[in-house]
Every structure is written in C-alpha cells, then in structure tokens.
Write a protein that binds this ligand. Sequence first.
Ligand code: FHN
Length: 474
Amino acid sequence: MPPLRRRLRSRGFAAGTVVAALAFSLLSVPGLRTQGRAPEPQDPAQQKRLEWFHQAKYGLFIHWGLYAIPAGEWQGRRIPGIGEWIMNRARIPVREYGQLAGQFNPVKFDAGEWVKLAQDAGMKYIVITSKHHDGFALYQSKVSTYDVVDATPFGRDILKELAEACAKAKMPLGFYYSQAQDWHDPNGAGNDWDFGPDDRKDFDKYLRGKAEPQVRELLTGYGPVALLWFDTPRMMNVGDRARRFTDIVRKLQPDTLIDGRLGVAGDYVTTGDNVIPPDVQNTAWEVPATINHTWGYKSYDHDWKSPGTIIFKLVDIVSKGGNYLLNVGPRADGIIPEPSQYVLRSAGAWLKVNGEAVYGAGPTPFGDELGEPSSKGAKDLRGQPLMLARTEWRVTTKPGKLYVTFFAEPRAPFELPAMTNTVKRAYRLADGAPVDFKVQDGKTVLNVERPIYDPMATVVVVEIDGPAVIRGTR
Ligand code: FHN
C-alpha cells in the first residue's frame, strides 16, 4: 500500500471522493455525531439480528404523507428544499397544514403494486415513513387522531395494507419514525412558528404522550417489524430519552433492528443523507439516499438518477461493506412516479443477472480501486488530503470468489492487485463465458473482452484457492 494511503487508512479514512470524504467526516462534528455513532462491539444477539440485513444490501425507502399534496408548492410559490419539509420551510401554521388531511385520498394506492416494484427492483427490504416530522401518521393511532384513518376521506390504514402485502411476499418491512421532530404537537421539536422555541417546551410530555406510545403501536399492530428507522435526534441526548425507545423495541420485538439516528447507538451506523464513505467501514452501515433530490414527492423535481448510476452506487456501497436504502416519494394519488419505477426496474433487470455479486457479498480486500490522494498534495476544506475517486471497477467478495465489476472498459490487459492466492477460474457472471487470465510478475492479468459485454456494468467472477484474498506477491 502506498505510504500516504497507509497513513490515511490508519486514521480510518482512506481513498474516495473529496465530497464523500468531507461529508462522511461531518459525522464526527458535534451535533451530527449521533447520525453515525458506531454501535458497541457486537454481542451475539445483535449479530444474529443483523444477519438478514447483511444479506439484503439493497432496500426501498418510501417517504409518503400529506406533503405529497402540495408537492413542493404553497400558495402558488415553489418552496425551496426537500418536499417533506414544506410545512417548515413555508412556515405553514398547523391549522392550515392540517387541512391537507381532508384532501388526502390516494385512491390509486395498491400495497401489492409497491411490493411488486421493490421485488422487480431487486430490493430486499422496505422502510416507510409511519410518521414524519409533520406529525401525521400513516396508520390508525389511538394516541392521536392526526392519522390517515381518523382524519382523511381515504380512511384506510396504509401500514396495515403494506404489512399484509409484505408478509405475503416475505419482504421485510421497517418503519421510519420521527421521534423528536413533530411539528403538529405543541411540545414536539421543530415547530417554532406555532409553538415557540424548543427549549420552552415540555418535550418529555410529547415523548411520553405521543412518540413512545406510537412506537409501541407500531411494534404491536403490524406483525414483525424488520427495523425502526429513527431520525434527527434533536434533544434526545438528555437523561434516558433515547434509551426509553431502545427499551420499548427490545421488549416488544427483540429482533427489530434500530438504525443509527435514535440518539444512542443503534444496531448499525446510518451515514449522512446520500453520503457514501470513501473506504471500507468495519461495522454494519447503511446509506439513505434519494433517487432525485427530494424524499417526499415534488412535482417539479425530474432529475432522476440513471439506472447505471444506481448500480454503480449499489456496488460501490457493497464493496465498502454497506447497505443502500434508496428512496421514492409517491404522489398524492398513491402512484410511485413512473420515472422512478423505470429507473428501479432497469437496475433490477441488471440485478436479476448479476445479483450474486451483491446480495450477501462482502467488501473488497484491496481498496486500490476506490481512489487515491491528489498527486499534487492538494488539501480539502478540512485540511485533509484531497481524495480523487476512481470509478472504473469495484470488487465484492464471497468465500473463494472475487466479483470484479467493470463500469468502464478496463485497460487491456487488466491487472488485479497482487495476491498470493492461485486463481482457479475466471468467467463472466452474466453468461458463464470463460475469461482468459495469466499470472505475470505475481499479478493476475485478466483478458476482458472488448467491447465490454454490458456497458452498464460487467461482472467477472475470479475463483481463488482459499476462502479470502491474501495480499502480497507470490
Ligand atoms: O429531515 C429528514 C428528511 O426529511 C429525510 O427524512 C431524511 C432521510 O434520511 N432524514 C432527515 C434529514 O437527514
């Protein structure tokens, strides 16, 4: 390993993009800390809980609520920022925003269709907003009538229908729950335009009277909950506030995973939104990410990521040991925007053929392919070496196998980084066609066909002796 790279590694911070490096390093900024707090060393029960998560690798995030009705516009004005924050950004009074409930009637909602989309996309779990910061619940709650059954003409319990469809398809289902911010509750965090500053509120009254009972409802009324996805842990670091939620979860459903944004360590680390770390991380982690630039639906955000970009990000994340939780924002009529469906299904078609390189796969044993520090010694905004990402290829692993995924035609001949293992066989994953290879100066050289087989991403499987790569020259 080059000396600079080794130095960076020893700081737990190696090659990658400057943006990713900077953004991931924000996780250590006070205030954002809890977003990425590493769990304690894993106990056996936690390891067991995480087994399905490590297999799954790719999940569907769904942000849906009343904000899908204004879809980014209020009183004829486009409101900047992410769609589900419109109440906050436009300072909409609770009384006015609450009237949206009377218009919420997503007659085209079909839980089975959503689950089918996730399956076609090759996604292995679903996480949906049960209550976002606006305080509105997508299920029937007994502790508040501000929910889809009690306050809308639709009157159907969306989570119940989704839970049933997921159970039928054996699709793990998790619930996002905004534990701290609740702009509808006078004592919830975040709404200072109706209720004044947070430090004058009786926050524990809100936690005990709404958030904790609602989390209990989620864990008792909807079958097995794969994970609880808490978010924005404002004011959660006081006393036992966060711990009270952990206790509820562990008591009611000990197998439910807790994400990294509760306010105490969960079962895995949640990175910042859309932040992919620059290198392999030695803990369970997940990137929540948008397919365009918003989580909740915005009628005028059409900047969808391409299927190729999604596949690159997925393989990049898996090669660093993480999971990809990719979001869609359904419209107010219940339909997931067609362009997102197209992107997800196209990426899913690739996964159908190449999924073996992704599901249950481990991280790269190399790291050379991820990037390198600027040769000019440039520094980023935090004074760290500027990292330049490489995007030509990635490696994922299973015992005895390397999956080398090419996103661009590789240099010919293509050299794998040095390892002492013997290569037994190399072939294309998509069709099993053999790939010629030879060993030259202790390095395996692959002769990858030109033009490249699948220009989106071509996987070559390299079978080695022994379960894992041993770096070094023969
Ligand atoms: O404020 C939320 C935002 O609306 C969205 O839910 C994302 C998803 O990760 N989380 C928060 C911002 O980080």
